[in-house]
Write a protein that binds this ligand. Structure first.
Ligand SMILES: NC(=O)c1ccc[n+]([C@@H]2O[C@H](COP(=O)([O-])OP(=O)(O)OC[C@H]3O[C@@H](n4cnc5c(N)ncnc54)[C@H](O)[C@@H]3O)[C@@H](O)[C@H]2O)c1
Ligand SMILES: [Fe+2]
Length: 390
């Protein structure tokens, strides 16, 4: 059986943004959000494009965890402007808005909630997509994934389509220089979760493994430094690369249980994606490590950060603990209580949390089977911060 590994061209490092000078075309549609626009990051991109005589439209209405209706608005803008390149400047929410809108630009009548890996979109007949991440975590700049929210229910759903791998990813540390401490920490945890879940997925392959192993090493080394000193541009650049490697890995291997739990936390409690999946990660490691093969994979990752031992399951549990220690170091909550979710809110949301986690596509990739009751027990452990022993 053959396999494919899809990634875009990646330009990284100081002044990587100058790569925009090499683009060819007439009309550039820039997708961003209000925060990025206020930070002045848009100016730098607009300057380079206007120096190269591009017609430019700036759409700065991307939502955090974008809804279908907002993606439709972006696609409408692309169509009216006859964009021949789309530039996404922002975090995962902006990039996913741009990617999903790109699909609707090519297929205006498509039901976005039905987007699947097999649909032929023809996006490149309309435009090329350039992604410039302003957070270091989602890896969306290199993935075939999009995560969107349904308007009525608010449920986040993730899907993939190989055509949605962007054409160019520009990783320039300038664009993450103002990322606050909390978002630096949470998005970094998203990267680690992508790496770990990609490594234990049944779709894992030598290419995704290589990216994962380097990403895990880099996150443990550089994330605490990025958070401790947000002006450390070397650490910032390293985290951009780590997040991108983890993105390549999971896009070509898949994420699993921590992401199903995390997507649901985003939908029901509106917690940040990286904070949610990062918090879920150690609990899911403890749950899945009773599976022998999976425990071996966790132990291989643990060895990268110097945790070794005879019994893979024991090493896996130590790895989960090391992830909690990392989160404490960077002040990322290790329990829902610590994330300031009240008992009342948690109890009110619990059934929906379980329902949405069970509906999430990533749950099918869990290395150990689950059911509604198990998911409920994991959420309850996550609320109190109790390690999983079942
Ligand atoms: N498509 C994929 O492959 C993929 C992978 C993982 C996550 N996601 C999705 O991405 C979204 C999360 O993305 P995210 O974690 O990048 O956060 P985000 O894009 O939702 O942004 C969070 C907040 O940070 C602000 N922000 C972004 N960059 C900033 C900067 N440099 N300085 C200051 N503020 C900045 C944004 O304006 C926003 O208010 C979720 O919806 C998640 O489900 C997608
Ligand atoms: Fe993620």
């Amino acid at each position: 059986m053959s396999w494919e590994y899809d990634i875009p061209k990646i330009v990284f490092g100081e002044d990587a943004i100058e790569e925009l000078n090499r683009l060819k075309g007439n009309s550039a549609f820039l997708v961003t959000d209000g925060v990025i626009n206020k930070l002045g990051l848009v100016e730098k991109v607009v300057q380079i494009l206007s120096d190269n005589q591009w017609n430019i439209a700036v759409w700065d209405c991307a939502e955090q965890d974008p809804r279908v209706s907002s993606v439709r608005e972006a696609a409408e803008g692309m169509r009216n402007f006859c964009a021949d390149i789309i530039v996404a400047l922002g975090g995962g929410s902006v990039m996913d808005t741009a990617k999903a809108a790109w699909a609707l630009y090519a297929q205006p009548d498509m039901d976005l909630t039905a987007l699947n890996p097999f649909e032929e979109l023809g996006v490149r007949e309309k435009a090329k997509l350039i992604c410039i991440p302003t957070t270091s975590g989602t890896g969306s700049e290199v993935t075939k994934a999009v995560v969107i929210r349904e308007d009525e229910s608010g449920r986040k759903f993730a899907t993939i389509n190989p055509e949605l791998v962007p054409d160019l990813a520009i990783l320039d540390p300038y664009f993450v220089k103002d990322l606050p401490k909390n978002l630096t920490a949470w998005t970094g945890m998203d990267a680690l979760t992508h790496a770990v879940e990609a490594y234990t997925s049944s779709w894992k392959n030598a290419f995704s493994d290589a990216c994962t192993m380097k990403a895990v090493k880099m996150v443990f080394e550089w994330l605490p430094k990025s958070v401790a000193d947000t002006s450390d541009m070397d650490a910032r650049g390293k985290m951009q690369v780590a997040a991108c490697l983890a993105g390549m890995a999971f896009s070509n291997s898949q994420v699993a249980l921590a992401h199903s739990l995390g997507h649901s936390l985003g939908s029901v409690l509106r917690l940040h994606h990286g904070m949610s999946v990062g918090m879920a990660l150690p609990y899911t490691i403890e749950y899945c490590c009773t599976d022998e093969d999976t425990a071996k994979y966790y132990a291989e990752l643990a060895a990268i950060i110097g945790i070794v031992g005879k019994k893979p399951e024991t090493v896996a549990r130590k790895f989960a603990e090391a992830i909690r220690v990392l989160m404490e170091k960077i002040d990322s909550p290790t329990s829902l209580k610590a994330a300031k979710v009240t008992k009342k809110k948690f109890k009110e949301g619990l059934n929906k949390l379980v329902e949405y986690a069970m509906m999430d596509a990533a749950i099918t990739m869990s290395p150990r089977n689950t059911d509604s009751n198990i998911i409920k027990r994991i959420y309850m452990a996550m609320f109190d911060g109790e390690p999983i022993d079942f």
